[in-house]
Design a protein around this ligand. Structure first.
Ligand SMILES: Cc1ncc(COP(=O)(O)O)c(C=O)c1O
Length: 465
């Protein structure tokens, strides 16, 4: 079956800022000529031809545009205007330290879901007051680490908020908070992640805010816990949180969830529980192919409209919308073959580099890095597959591509979020490097792994070398 709606697919450069096809006369320097045939247009990430990056680092390689990330952050930040808010960038989307340092410079706060992510923030020197700890299964040790966390140049330990997701987790948090306070620390800031029972659509694996999902607590349960710990000497209720899912392209579920949370806040206020933060989680969808996405100004308006009368500070935890469109994966064609009636393009990136197509049936457009004038005449629907020994190893199925041959460079679009972070060493493959483009320059922000990296940590791995 042909992929629906994508034969007429728009050119991703039309909706992915900071990437554009240009001819040599407009952007390239004289030395570039050999790479691209006459009349061809090649892909640039800002001021750098992606082919140049591929030649320097080899393939596969992840490439991110710094300006794209900065603009996405600023657009979202500006959308809230003067209403008190904090953007807590969700590390789970992409946790490279260079990206985190950028976010720090931009003034971002952070949303984490593990001790590892907390440690990343320690490395880049984020202050604890900028950290929200989400996640359905925080361990006791992770909770302790959160309480002990001390950012650079901060005297105080701890983080802004633990978003609690179960009564048992709250029990552990309270026990640890008691030790913390008895050892001289301040009361520990907490919120409950409430499940607003809103179905936001999207792929079932990334929808989270419906009653049948594992995340959060139903309101009746959350309310009981808020009241039970109202006068705690160890924890302080600082807010309420929710996260209704990811890659949500409709605005309504956000507005509805926020209004629902505002009702809960009002109800708690009547019982004497007052707090400052309403955390709406992440989930803003992006355009991968033909999705119609909303303007973030409308999103901000909907949230602010729901909470303005409460005066709560809004927290949001976006990941994908900030980093997703900023990244592409470059991969070279290894072989082209036909099996039965089907054409396969075998490339050097695989499901271990980008698992979203096989895990979520996600569609990431794929184009050639160099486009020739006659390309349109040779388009054929192909499967773009990797070298991993799994039939599920594909980057795209029935994807319209012009004729390609071994050695051609292909571009897999919108992979900045949930790309590298989900990469693995399956089939003992080396994880790809990551490159950050800054204007006309680029730098490697994570080197390619080597074979030594693969056996590091295995006992006895070096015995016979
Ligand atoms: C609690 C929480 N916050 C934030 C995010 C980030 O979501 P997104 O990248 O869709 O903005 C997620 C992702 O699933 C999440 O689970």
């Amino acid at each position: 079956m042909k992929n629906p709606n994508i034969s007429q697919l728009a050119d991703p450069t039309q909706y992915t800022a900071h990437f554009s096809y240009a001819t040599k006369s407009s952007k390239r320097s004289a030395g570039d000529e050999a790479r691209v045939s006459r009349g061809a247009r090649e892909l640039y990430c800002d001021g750098v031809a992606v082919e140049r990056i591929a030649e320097a680092t080899g393939t596969p390689v992840y490439v991110y545009s710094r300006s794209s990330i900065e603009e996405a952050y600023q657009r979202l930040d500006r959308a809230f205007g003067s209403y008190p808010h904090a953007i807590c960038y969700a590390l789970k989307a992409n946790a490279n330290s260079a990206i985190l340092r950028m976010m720090l410079k931009l003034g971002s706060s952070f949303d984490i879901v593990s001790g590892g992510e907390l440690d990343h923030l320690r490395h880049v020197g984020a202050s604890g007051g900028r950290i929200v700890f989400s996640g359905v299964g925080k361990t006791r040790e992770e909770i302790r680490e959160g309480m002990r966390y001390r950012g650079r140049k901060t005297a105080e330990s701890g983080i802004l908020l633990f978003n609690v997701e179960s009564e048992e987790e709250l029990g552990v948090l309270v026990e640890e908070a008691e030790r913390h306070v008895k050892a001289g620390g301040k009361r520990v800031g907490a919120a409950i992640r409430v499940n607003p029972d809103i179905f936001a659509g999207g792929h079932p694996h990334i929808a989270t805010g419906y009653h049948e999902h594992k995340f959060g607590l139903a309101w009746a349960e959350a309310r009981r816990l808020y009241l039970a710990h109202k006068d705690s000497r160890w924890i302080a209720w600082r807010g309420i949180s929710s996260h209704i899912g990811s890659q949500i392209v409709a605005l309504e579920p956000f507005g509805a969830a926020c209004e629902q949370l505002a009702l809960y806040v009002r109800e708690l206020r009547k019982t004497g529980i007052q707090f400052d933060y309403l955390d709406m989680g992440g989930g803003i969808g992006i355009r991968y192919t033909n999705e119609e996405v909303f303007d973030v100004r409308r999103y901000a308006r909907a949230l602010v409209g729901a909470v303005r009368s409460l005066g709560c500070k809004l927290l949001i935890e976006p990941g994908r919308v900030i980093i997703g469109p900023a990244g592409v994966l470059l991969t070279r064609v290894l072989y082209v073959k036909r099996n039965g009636g089907k054409r396969f393009v075998i490339v050097d990136a695989a499901m271990n580099d980008l698992i979203r197509p096989s895990l979520y049936s996600a569609i990431h457009p794929i184009t050639k890095a160099a486009r020739g004038p006659g390309d349109a005449r040779t388009i054929e629907h192909v499967d773009v597959v990797g070298p991993v020994c799994e039939s599920g190893d594909f980057l795209a199925r029935d994807w319209p591509l012009p004729e390609v041959k071994a050695g051609d460079l292909l571009v897999v679009w919108a992979v900045g979020a949930y790309g590298y972070v989900l990469a693995s060493n399956y089939n003992s493959r080396l994880r790809a490097p990551e490159v950050l483009v800054e204007g006309r320059k680029f730098r490697v922000i994570r080197r390619r792994e080597n074979f030594e990296d693969l056996v590091q940590g295995e006992s006895g791995a070096r015995d016979h070398r």
